[in-house]
Design a protein around this ligand. Structure first.
Ligand SMILES: *[C@@H]1O[C@H](CO)[C@@H](O)[C@H](O)[C@H]1NC(C)=O
Ligand SMILES: *[C@@H]1O[C@H](CO)[C@@H](O)[C@H](O)[C@H]1NC(C)=O
Length: 440
């Protein structure tokens, strides 16, 4: 058989041109029918690292949050892909070190679509099962990646999804129904234990001087209502109470940026939407509004429904992002459920590395909330983790954060970063990428 590096250039020139290409970077994209009526879109960028073959570098999956946020749009153009929203090369793009696979999931997100709304997912586990099928389809087309170390990086709700994906992928690997090489999952500012997160907004805002005692009390009253409903098993109602808590935060802080408490926001003005609708839009966006540079040349929605859609050959009937609200709504009963048991399961039963990283300036998935469930985790290494020393992260003579690890559990606190750590602090991101993959 010919070595990969001989075959690839020829393949790239032809296959890519046929299936469509956007921008100068080597790429492949396509759909996998993950279930009857459910079509999932992926967009792969080959690493630009100077290696004999691109398969000498890991395959990193990037997932956006929401649920309903598009990885191929937000993650790619706004966070870590090779081109930014002005279509300029991003100097810290993850493509420099890794093959990056953006996936629009759950189905219905971004360019992914369903033949009927009844095919949308309603639980995190269904999302994970669809993901395994997506990867099966991907490996069918790209068998050269089968043995290549695979890492799943998810931001926000994507981090919650990554936990169940890890479990389902591991099961499939054990059963021999997929030939992947999953080595680690990472949860970036993730929606792991929603009640813990919601309950810590008030204390964080009070400590940061962003609310007074009255504002704090109002936020906590709303958060405790979300907790009460959750404890009673009224999960969808708990989601509504979470949304009402967000409204209390906006009111008390005069519209703090939920994705970075130190950036400035423009006021929203009069808003006739419900708490739920506002909170839904915010989480699907999965990006700091105020951090989005006003100098960027293109609007993401324009790009994805115009030039990118055309270049990639996306079917005309698919409108990028048009089903996001439906995707979110279908998940409403699952939204407030934690995945901490799944994390314990990964630690107890697999050798998959479980990495948690958190930008310290985020509010929605705040660091104090992550501390609560981390401290409650029960697994063989729980005591070892608790007493492990916390190490500083020095990059180029700057303190970018701290890390703590024991066995397969890793936690990275990242300074000067809000919700989207790879974008806010590329140097700090290198630290956790290197720890996980040995590259970066
Ligand atoms: C990337 O560019 C930004 C400004 O455009 C600069 O501040 C930063 O230092 C650059 N980073 C690297 C790794 O070159
Ligand atoms: C993981 O193992 C610990 C014991 O080390 C046990 O207490 C915990 O319940 C286990 N969790 C799961 C989800 O299996």
């Amino acid at each position: 058989m010919l070595p990969n590096w001989l075959l690839i250039p020829a393949l790239l020139c032809c296959v890519v041109n046929v299936s469509g290409q956007f921008g100068p970077f080597k790429q492949d994209s396509g759909y996998v029918t993950v279930r009857r009526g459910a079509h999932m879109f992926y967009w792969l960028f080959y690493t630009t690292a100077d290696e004999r073959s691109y398969t000498d570098r890991p395959l990193v999956v990037w997932l956006q949050g929401g649920p309903g946020g598009s990885s191929t749009g937000i993650g790619n153009f706004e966070i870590l892909g090779p081109l930014d929203l002005s279509l300029q090369e991003r100097n810290y793009t993850w493509v420099k070190n890794f093959n990056v696979l953006f996936i629009d999931n759950p189905v219905g997100t971004g360019y992914s679509y369903v033949d009927d709304w009844s095919f949308l997912t309603t639980t995190n586990d269904q999302i994970a099962v669809d993901f395994v099928n997506l990867m099966r389809g991907f490996y069918e087309k790209h068998a050269e990646f089968e043995g290549v170390p695979l890492y799943i990086y998810g931001q926000s709700y994507g981090g919650k999804m990554a936990v169940d994906m890890g479990i389902r992928m591991h099961e499939a690997e054990q059963a021999g129904t997929i030939r992947s090489n999953l080595r680690g999952i990472a949860m970036g500012n993730a929606w792991i234990h929603p009640v813990d997160l919601t309950l810590t907004w008030g204390p964080l805002l009070l400590a940061a001087g962003l609310v007074d005692e009255t504002g704090y009390q109002n936020i906590q009253a709303a958060a405790r209502e979300a907790e009460r409903l959750f404890d009673e098993g009224l999960y969808a109602q708990s989601t509504d109470a979470w949304a009402a808590t967000q409204t209390q935060v906006f009111r008390a802080t005069h519209n703090v940026d939920f994705y970075n408490i130190l950036t400035k926001t423009q006021g929203f003005g009069p808003d006739t939407r419900t708490d739920y609708e506002i909170a839904r839009e915010l989480t699907i966006r999965d990006m700091s509004y105020s951090a989005m540079s006003r100098q960027e040349e293109y609007d993401l929605n324009f790009l994805m429904n115009g030039p990118v859609k055309e270049a990639l050959g996306i079917p005309a009937h698919v409108r990028w992002g048009s089903l996001s609200n439906a995707v979110f709504d279908q998940q409403r009963g699952d939204f407030m459920k934690p995945v901490t048991e799944g994390i314990e399961k990964l630690l107890n039963e697999t050798d998959i590395i479980v990495q948690k990283y958190n930008g310290n300036l985020d509010l929605i998935c705040d660091t104090p909330g992550q501390m609560l469930w981390m401290d409650r985790l029960q697994w063989a290494g729980a005591e070892g983790y608790r007493s492990a020393p916390r190490q500083p992260i020095w990059e180029n003579n700057r303190l970018e954060g701290y890390s703590k690890s024991y066995g397969n559990l890793r936690f990275f606190w990242i300074n000067m970063a809000g919700h989207s750590v790879p974008r806010d602090n590329p140097a700090g991101s290198n630290a956790f990428l290197r720890d996980m993959t040995s590259f970066g």
